[in-house]
Design a protein around this ligand. Structure first.
Ligand code: KIV
Ligand code: ZN
Length: 530
C-alpha cells in the first residue's frame, strides 16, 4: 500500500526570499489561504527573525490558517528560535524549523566553527525548540555536500534532542539523483531512533534537477517534500510543487506514495502567485505554463481530437486549467463571471464582482471574443489594493523611426490636473520621464517585460515593470491594445505605490519619533518592498 506523502510548501519563505518575488502582508495572507485550499500539509510562512514583516506574516498566517501545520524558520540560536515561537503563538498546529550548516565548506568559510561545536549547537537548538514546541524540524543545511559520517552524527544529535522531522537539503542544487537517494537510505538505516522521525527532501534547481532529486529522495525513504508554487526560490528556485504532485499523480503505478493535494487548485495557485509577485512562468512550464496543453502540430491536433490520450498524459481539467474557449459573452451574468474568476484563482467579494462586471461588459462591447486572459487582464489592471495618488487622465505618444519620441501626459491628484510633455529615447522612455516630472518621483526601471495575452489578432499586450524609487523597488502591470500606453500605466502604478509609501512614512514621522517604530510600521506594510 502507498504511503501518504506530506507536502511542505515553502513559497512564502524560500520562494518569497528570492529576488522579485516579495509579497506584502495582505498578499501573503491571500496566498496562504489558497495554499490551504490546495491542501498542503505544512505551510512555511516565513523566517520571523529576518524582518518585522516576516514576523508579522508568520503571526498573521498562524492566526488565520487552521488546517495545515504552520512552520516558522529559525537559525540554531536562542534569539531566532524564541522569535519563531513568538510568531507561531496563534497557530493551531505550530512547527519550529531550525537549521544549521553542516558541510565543511560552510563550517570553514561561513561559520568558522569546528565539527564538535556544530554538534553541540544542534543538540542545544533542537532541545531548546523542543522545550517550546512539540513539532520540531531540523535541517542540516548543505547536507548534499556534507561528509556522510558527520551528517549521520548531526542527524543523530538532532533526533536525540527531539526532532520530529529531519530535512536533508541539497542547498546548492549539486546532487545527482543516485547520490541524493543514497543519502536518505544512509540516514534512515544508520541514525538510531528513526522510527518516529519523518525524512524530508529540500532541493534546489541549479542544475535543473530539483524535481528529479525530490523523487529520488522519496525512493530513498522521504515522506515529506519541500517545494514551492511555480518553483520559485533562491537562485534557480526550489522543486516546483505542481510538478512533484502531478508526477506522483500520473505515475502512481510505480511510485510508493500519494498526496492529498487537490490537483484542480494547482492552476489557480500558480496564477495567484504570478498575480501577486508579477513573476510569470515561462510558456512551456510543465503543468501550469500556457503551452502545457497546447497542441500545435497537425498530427498532434488530429490525434487529440480523436482521443486526447494520444498526446495528453494529464487532462487540463485535472490541474484546474480552464480551456481557452470563449467563456463568457456580453449576455453572461455576474454569477457566471464570479464563478469563472473563482476557477482562475480569485475569490471576489460582492463589490469586486460588481466592479469586475462593469469592466467586463465594457470589454465585451469592444471585443468580439472574451478569453480567460482578458478576464485576468481586468484583474491585474482594475484591482489594486492601494489607493492611487495619481490618476491617468490623458496619454499621447508620438515617435519617429530615428528613435526620437515625445509623450504627453495628464495626471490628476486630489482633484487637480497637471499636464506636461517630455522627450526620450523611444516612446516608453519619454512616457516614464514625463510621469517622473509630474509626480516629482524620479524612478529607474529595473525590469521590463511585454507579452501578448489572448489568442487572435485582437489580443492585448501585458506589460510588467519593476522600478526603483528612492532606493526601493515597486512593481506595476497593465494590459492594453497599445504597448506604450500599457507601459506608461504600469510605470504609473509603480510610482503610485512609491507615493503611497512616501505618504505613510511622512504620516508615521511625527507620532513615532524613534526611527525603529517608524520602520516597523513601514515594514509591516511593505515587507521587503513589493
Ligand atoms: O536550501 C536550504 O538549505 C534551506 C534551508 C533553510 C532548509 O532553505
Ligand atoms: Zn532552500
Amino acid at each position: 500500500m502507498a504511503d501518504k506523502l506530506f507536502i511542505f510548501d515553502t513559497t512564502l519563505r524560500d520562494g518569497e526570499q528570492s529576488p522579485g518575488c516579495s509579497m506584502n502582508l495582505p498578499e501573503k495572507i491571500e496566498m496562504a489561504h489558497q495554499l490551504e485550499r490546495l491542501g498542503v500539509d505544512i505551510l512555511e510562512a516565513g523566517f520571523p527573525i529576518a524582518s518585522e514583516g516576516d514576523f508579522e506574516a508568520v503571526k498573521a498566517v498562524s492566526a488565520e490558517i487552521r488546517r495545515p501545520i504552520v512552520a516558522a524558520l529559525a537559525r540554531a540560536n536562542e534569539k531566532d528560535i524564541n522569535r519563531a515561537w513568538e510568531a507561531l503563538q496563534g497557530a493551531a498546529l505550530p512547527r519550529i524549523h531550525t537549521f544549521l550548516a553542516t558541510s565543511d565548506i560552510h563550517l570553514q568559510y561561513k561559520l568558522h566553527k569546528t565539527r564538535e561545536e556544530i554538534l553541540q549547537m544542534i543538540s542545544w537548538a533542537v532541545g531548546h525548540a523542543k522545550s517550546k514546541c512539540r513539532d520540531v524540524e531540523f535541517s542540516p543545511e548543505d547536507a548534499g555536500r556534507t561528509d556522510r559520517s558527520y551528517l549521520i552524527e548531526c542527524c543523530h544529535a538532532a533526533v536525540e534532542a527531539g526532532a520530529t522531522v529531519l530535512n536533508l537539503p541539497d542547498t546548492v542544487g549539486f546532487c545527482l539523483e543516485p547520490e541524493y537517494e543514497q543519502m536518505f537510505r544512509d540516514v534512515q538505516t544508520r541514525v538510531p531512533g528513526m522510527d518516529h522521525v519523518t525524512l524530508s527532501t529540500h532541493t534546489h534547481d541549479d542544475l535543473g534537477m530539483a524535481v528529479a532529486n525530490t523523487l529520488a529522495g522519496i525512493r530513498g525513504g522521504a515522506r515529506q517534500v519541500e517545494c514551492t508554487i511555480n518553483g520559485i526560490g533562491e537562485r534557480a528556485g526550489n522543486a516546483a510543487l505542481e510538478e512533484v504532485v502531478m508526477t506522483i499523480h500520473v505515475r502512481r503505478d510505480v511510485l510508493p506514495v500519494f498526496t492529498e493535494i487537490r490537483t484542480e487548485e494547482l492552476y489557480a495557485s500558480s496564477r495567484m502567485l504570478t498575480r501577486l509577485t508579477g513573476v510569470a512562468v515561462q510558456r512551456n512550464k510543465a503543468i501550469v505554463g500556457r503551452n502545457a496543453f497546447a497542441h500545435e502540430a497537425g498530427i498532434h491536433q488530429d490525434g487529440v481530437l480523436k482521443n486526447a490520450i494520444t498526446y495528453e498524459i494529464i487532462s487540463p481539467k485535472t490541474v484546474g486549467m480552464p480551456s481557452n474557449a470563449i467563456v463568457l459573452g456580453k449576455h453572461s451574468g455576474r454569477h457566471a463571471l464570479a464563478k469563472r474568476y473563482e476557477e482562475l484563482g480569485y475569490q471576489l467579494t460582492k463589490p469586486e464582482v460588481d466592479r469586475a462586471y462593469a469592466l467586463f461588459t465594457q470589454l465585451a462591447d469592444r471585443k468580439k471574443n472574451v478569453y480567460d486572459e482578458d478576464l485576468l487582464g481586468i484583474m491585474s489592471d482594475g484591482f489594486q489594493h492601494l489607493p492611487d495618488t495619481f490618476a491617468l487622465k490623458l496619454f499621447q505618444s508620438v515617435s519617429s523611426s530615428d528613435g526620437r519620441a515625445t509623450a504627453t501626459v495628464e495626471l490628476e491628484k486630489d482633484g487637480k490636473t497637471s499636464h506636461d510633455s517630455a522627450t526620450g529615447e523611444g516612446p516608453c522612455d519619454a512616457a516614464f520621464r514625463v510621469i517622473d516630472r509630474i509626480t516629482g518621483l524620479p524612478g529607474t526601471v529595473s525590469d521590463f517585460s511585454v507579452h501578448t495575452v489572448g489568442p487572435g489578432t485582437d489580443g492585448v499586450a501585458e506589460v510588467r515593470i519593476r522600478a526603483h524609487f528612492d532606493g526601493r523597488e515597486f512593481g506595476g502591470k497593465c494590459t492594453s491594445h497599445n504597448v506604450v500606453e500599457a507601459a506608461a500605466r504600469s510605470y504609473l502604478q509603480a510610482a503610485n505605490k512609491a507615493a503611497y509609501e512616501q505618504k505613510r512614512q511622512e504620516e508615521a514621522r511625527p507620532v513615532a519619533s524613534a526611527s525603529v517604530h517608524k520602520n516597523a510600521a513601514v515594514d509591516r506594510l511593505f515587507p521587503g518592498g513589493y
